[in-house]
Ligand binder design. Structure first.
Ligand code: PMP
Length: 405
C-alpha cells in the first residue's frame, strides 16, 4: 500500500505556500525535495561527529570515516555493485562523466577514435566528450531518434566501427522521459567489444537499478536527484576498468607515497577521490537511499507509472497541446508547448498559481534542434506527486491558455 499522505509528511517543504497558494512542485527532474531524515542527518553529523575522514587517529575522525565508508556500502547495495572499490564519490553526474571522459580518453583513445552518444543527451554527456574532441581529436557519433522520442536501434548498430571505443547514453531522458533500453544497447556494444557508460541521473530516483544485471561498465548519478543532498554523486565502474584508468585529479587521499622523484597512487576507490570528500553529504545520501528503499523502488516505479499515464491522458485534453516524448516506455517527465504560447510565459504564469515547472532547453540544445523548437515547459514528477497536483497543473495550463485566447 503506497501511503502518499504519510510520504508527503516526510517532506516539510511540500506544505509551504508560494504567492499564497499551496506549492505544487513539478520540477523533480532538476532536483528533488528532501525528506526530514536526510536534512536531520546533515545537522546531526555537523553537530556531533564532524571531523575530517581517513586521516585521523582520534575518535571523531574514526566515527566520521565509519559513516562515510558505510555510505559507500549503502550505495553499493543500492545499485548492486560487486564491491565498494567500484563506488567512487564525486560531486555529481557531471563530475562523474567528466572523470570518465578525461581518464578513459587518456588511457584508451587516439585521435580519430569514436564515442557514441545519443541525440537526447544532457549537455554534460555531450560537452565532456567535445572537450576531449578538442584536446585529443576524438570523434562523436550520434544515435538518432524517431518522432516519438525513441532511439533508432538499427541506426545505433550501424554507428559501430573499429574505432568505436565507448558508448555513453542516458537511461532516461530528462526532456522526453524516454526510458532507453540500455540493457539491450549494452549487449550490442559488448558484442562489438565496446564498454558502455549509463547516465543514470534521471533513472536512479524512479526505478530499480542493478548494474550487474545491466552489465554496465560505468553508471553515474547525482545524489540531489534521488532525494539526497546537493554536491555529492557517484561513479560506478567495473573494477578492472577503473584500475586501468589514470587518476583524474591529484591531491591528498589519492596517493600512496609522494616524493619529488616519484609518486604512487592509492588503491580503488581512493585513487579517484582527491581531497576532502563531502563526507557529510555521503552520509545523508545514504539516508536518502535507505528512505527510497524502505518505500521500495518497484513500488515507486509502479506509482509514478500510473501517475504518468494519468497525466499524459489529462494533458491531451487541453486544446493546442503538443507533448514532446511519447515513447512506449516513458517515465514521469512531460515536456510540452501549448499553441503559440512561449514556454517562458507559460512557466512564469504557472508559477503565479503556485506550480513550479521548468522552462527552456533543459541543457539539451541538440535535442531542441532535432525537435525544431527553442524550448519546452517541463513538468517532472516525484514519489510524492499526487493526482490532485496533476489536476491542478491541467487546470493551470487551461487558465493560462485562456488568458492568451
Ligand atoms: N544527465 C542528465 C540526464 C540530467 O538530467 C542531469 C541533470 N539535469 C545531468 C546529467 C547533470 O546532473 P548534475 O547537474 O547533477 O551533475
Amino acid at each position: 500500500m503506497y501511503d502518499i499522505a504519510k510520504i508527503r509528511e516526510d517532506f516539510p517543504i511540500l506544505s509551504r505556500e508560494v504567492y499564497g497558494k499551496p506549492l505544487i512542485y513539478l520540477d523533480n527532474g532538476a532536483t528533488t525535495q528532501k525528506p526530514r531524515c536526510v536534512v536531520d542527518s546533515i545537522v546531526e553529523e555537523y553537530y556531533s561527529v564532524n571531523s575530517n575522514v581517513h586521516r585521523g587517529v582520534h575518535f571523531l575522525s574514526q566515527q566520521a570515516t565509519n559513516l562515510h565508508e558505510a555510505s559507500r556500502e549503502t550505495v553499493r547495495k543500492f545499485i548492486n555493485a560487486r564491491s565498494t572499490s567500484e563506488i567512487i564519490f564525486t560531486r555529481g553526474t557531471t563530475e562523474s562523466i567528466n572523470l570518465v571522459a578525461s581518464s578513459f580518453t587518456e588511457r584508451f583513445m587516439k585521435p580519430g577514435d569514436e564515442v557514441i552518444v545519443s541525440v537526447m543527451e544532457h549537455h554534460s554527456n555531450i560537452v565532456s566528450w567535445q572537450l576531449q574532441a578538442e584536446r585529443k581529436g576524438i570523434v562523436l557519433k550520434v544515435i538518432p531518434m524517431n518522432d516519438c522520442g525513441e532511439l533508432l536501434l538499427d541506426e545505433y548498430e550501424k554507428l559501430f566501427s573499429e574505432r568505436t571505443k565507448l558508448v555513453s547514453v542516458a537511461q532516461v531522458s530528462n526532456v522526453l522521459g524516454t526510458i532507453n533500453p540500455v540493457k539491450e544497447m549494452i549487449a550490442t556494444a559488448h558484442a562489438h567489444g565496446v564498454p558502455f557508460l549509463v547516465d543514470g541521473a534521471q533513472s536512479i530516483p524512479h526505478m530499480k537499478v542493478d548494474v550487474q544485471d545491466l552489465d554496465a561498465d560505468f553508471f553515474v548519478f547525482s545524489g540531489h536527484k534521488v532525494y539526497g543532498p546537493t554536491g555529492v554523486g557517484v561513479l560506478y565502474g567495473k573494477e578492472n576498468l577503473l584500475n586501468e584508468l589514470p587518476p583524474y585529479q591529484g591531491g591528498g587521499e589519492m596517493i600512496q607515497n609522494v616524493s619529488f622523484e616519484k609518486t604512487t597512487f592509492n588503491e580503488l576507490p581512493f585513487k579517484f577521490e582527491a581531497g576532502t570528500p563531502d563526507y557529510i553529504g555521503t552520509t545523508s545520501l545514504a539516508k536518502a537511499l535507505d528512505y527510497v528503499s524502505a518505500i521500495g523502488m518497484d513500488e515507486i516505479a509502479a506509482y509514478e507509472h500510473e501517475l504518468t499515464v494519468y497525466a499524459m491522458q489529462r494533458m491531451k485534453e487541453i486544446p493546442g497541446m503538443r507533448i514532446f516524448g511519447e515513447a512506449e516506455h516513458k517515465g514521469g517527465v512531460i515536456s510540452f508547448l501549448v499553441g503559440n504560447i512561449h514556454h517562458f510565459d507559460m512557466g512564469t504564469l504557472l508559477d503565479r498559481l503556485g506550480i513550479a515547472v521548468r522552462t527552456g532547453h533543459h541543457c539539451a540544445e541538440p535535442l531542441m534542434t532535432r525537435l525544431g523548437i527553442t524550448g519546452t515547459v517541463r513538468a517532472s514528477l516525484g514519489l510524492y506527486t499526487t493526482k490532485e497536483e496533476i489536476d491542478a497543473l491541467v487546470a493551470g495550463i487551461k487558465r493560462v491558455s485562456m488568458m492568451f485566447g
